[in-house]
Design a binder for this molecule. Structure first.
Ligand code: PGA
Length: 242
């Protein structure tokens, strides 16, 4: 398993259901990061799975946007962690809020996905976050605690996972919590829930070139999960200056 504790910051591009082979080739050619030259920081690109075998570069690490909760067998349409590892993935996003809300994913399958990822030496990027209503009702900490306690396998090496705090009300909306709010939640996850300073907690939700620096500067923010802005290479090249 890749050792992520050596990295100062981790930035992850989530392309969602976007991209094509020509777009990927252009992206690889023009991306202004090369992990052979900067091994202090970690860049992970997560395109749709069909594009992954076309990534011949070693400029960045590769992640999948999802994986199966099953290992193998009669599960039409699924892609296992073993298969993702075989095509070069080191990371896998699990439990993204779009999967939870649109595809009705629940704790049990998220738990199984995390287990499969770890067993196949993939780093799970476990996404958690409250929705707008839960934040308004001041239930956000309870929600996060519940998501973490039900979807994280027990007895795992906490240094080998990434938690992505992504408030659902912030994803794709342009709304971003203020620095104190982000810091409070990252502290809460590290100190109160997981009781570890080692665990990497990254922030996601409307990260742009205009706001990334202020977020990345927050002391307990270990990186960023970037959706929309990762598809605009002029903008993303600003963000991956770290
Ligand atoms: P966004 O998406 O950066 O477009 O808000 C983030 C995500 O969904 O991971």
């Amino acid at each position: 398993m890749l050792e992520i504790d050596k990295f100062k910051k981790i930035i992850i591009a989530n392309w969602k259901l976007n991209g094509s082979i020509p777009y990927l080739n252009e992206y690889i050619e023009n991306i202004q990061f090369d992990k052979s030259k900067d091994n202090n920081n970690c860049l992970v690109v997560c395109p749709p799975s069909t594009l992954i075998p076309y990534i011949k570069t070693k400029k960045f690490f590769i992640g999948s946007q999802d994986c199966s909760s099953f290992k193998e067998g009669a599960y039409t349409g699924e892609i296992s962690c073993k298969m993702l590892k075989e095509i070069g993935c080191d990371f896998v996003i699990i439990g993204h809020s779009e999967r939870r809300s649109i595809f009705k994913e629940h704790h049990k399958s998220i738990f199984d996905k995390c287990t499969n990822a770890i067993n196949n030496k993939l780093i799970p990027i476990l996404c958690i976050g409250e929705n707008g209503q839960q934040r308004k009702e001041n239930l956000h900490k309870e929600v996060l605690m519940d998501q973490l306690s039900k979807s994280l396998p027990k007895n795992i090496d906490i240094e080998n996972i990434i938690i992505a705090y992504e408030p659902v009300w912030s994803i794709g909306t342009g709304l971003v919590p203020d620095q104190n709010q982000i810091s409070e939640i990252h502290d809460f996850i590290k100190q109160e829930v997981l009781r570890s300073n080692q665990v990497r907690v990254i922030y996601g939700g409307s990260v742009k070139a205009a706001n990334y620096k202020k977020i990345l500067e927050i002391q307990n923010v270990d990186g960023l999960l970037v959706g929309g802005a990762s598809l605009n290479l002029d903008e993303f090249n600003q963000i991956i200056k770290f």
